[in-house]
Design a protein around this ligand. Structure first.
Ligand SMILES: [Zn+2]
Ligand SMILES: [Zn+2]
Length: 232
């Protein structure tokens, strides 16, 4: 009785544990209402790039300029509150969020063909030093455990440092990333999932898929937590 009263008091003063509304998160990082409100992607998307496409067919852009990756699976649309969660993991060191974001991705890839390797998008060295962790790797650890695929962060590394993509015009992003990644070892015939927190233009993922395929990967699929949609 006393303990219950104390718990109620604590919740009133400090709030619950839901990362978004401070409500009562029974299990995990979000309360049931916030979890249900997440912008999960379920509508018709291009299987190649995960942008909206009529009847879920390959979109015109992917048909005219096929990317080097074969498929993209995205769990959420990158808008509120998905952006809050991604930011909190990336910039505020809320590492507990990696498990939540991994679970959302796992929901989406359940039933998909298995992959041999999971390769998290490598962080620039300077960034890694500053932040102390790579958020894509933190998410990938959980997804590897859940799917049984091998986590292979060493399979792809940065070949050179690149200026941050943020703020660059779309057309310059691809040029900025050209030759930025190098695959390590032989990936003969492997099916590889490249994991990242956010996919924007896909320039980074296209470059990584190219590097992995040069090293022999047969099939490259992007597993991304959140996908930005162009306005309109
Ligand atoms: Zn909540
Ligand atoms: Zn497409």
């Amino acid at each position: 009785m006393l303990r219950k009263a104390a718990a109620a008091f604590t919740q009133r003063i400090f709030g619950g544990t839901c990362l978004l509304c401070r409500g009562n998160a029974e299990r995990g990082a979000l309360c049931a209402a916030c979890d249900a409100d997440l912008p999960r992607l379920r509508s018709a998307l291009c299987p190649r790039c995960a942008l909206p496409a009529v009847a879920g067919a390959v979109c015109g852009r992917c048909l005219s300029q096929p990317p080097r990756f074969d498929a993209t699976v995205a769990a959420l649309e990158y808008r509120f509150p998905a952006d809050v969660l991604v930011h909190a993991l990336k910039f505020r060191g809320e590492l507990a969020l990696a498990a939540l974001l991994a679970r959302l991705l796992e929901e989406r890839i359940a039933g998909d063909p298995p992959v041999h390797l999971i390769v998290p998008v490598p962080l620039a060295k300077g960034r890694l030093r500053e932040r102390g962790y790579n958020q894509a790797l933190e998410i990938a650890r959980h997804v590897a455990r859940a799917t049984g695929a091998r986590l292979a962060p060493q399979a792809c590394e940065r070949a050179r440092e690149t200026p941050a993509q943020i703020g660059l015009p779309l057309a310059e992003r691809a040029a900025n990333m050209r030759g930025a990644f190098r695959a390590q070892g032989s990936l003969d015939g492997a099916t590889v999932a490249v994991l990242d927190d956010v996919m924007t233009t896909g320039a980074t993922l296209d470059e990584i898929a190219g590097a992995l395929k040069s090293a022999g990967a047969a099939h490259v699929v992007n597993w991304v937590v959140a996908r930005t949609f162009p306005p309109g």
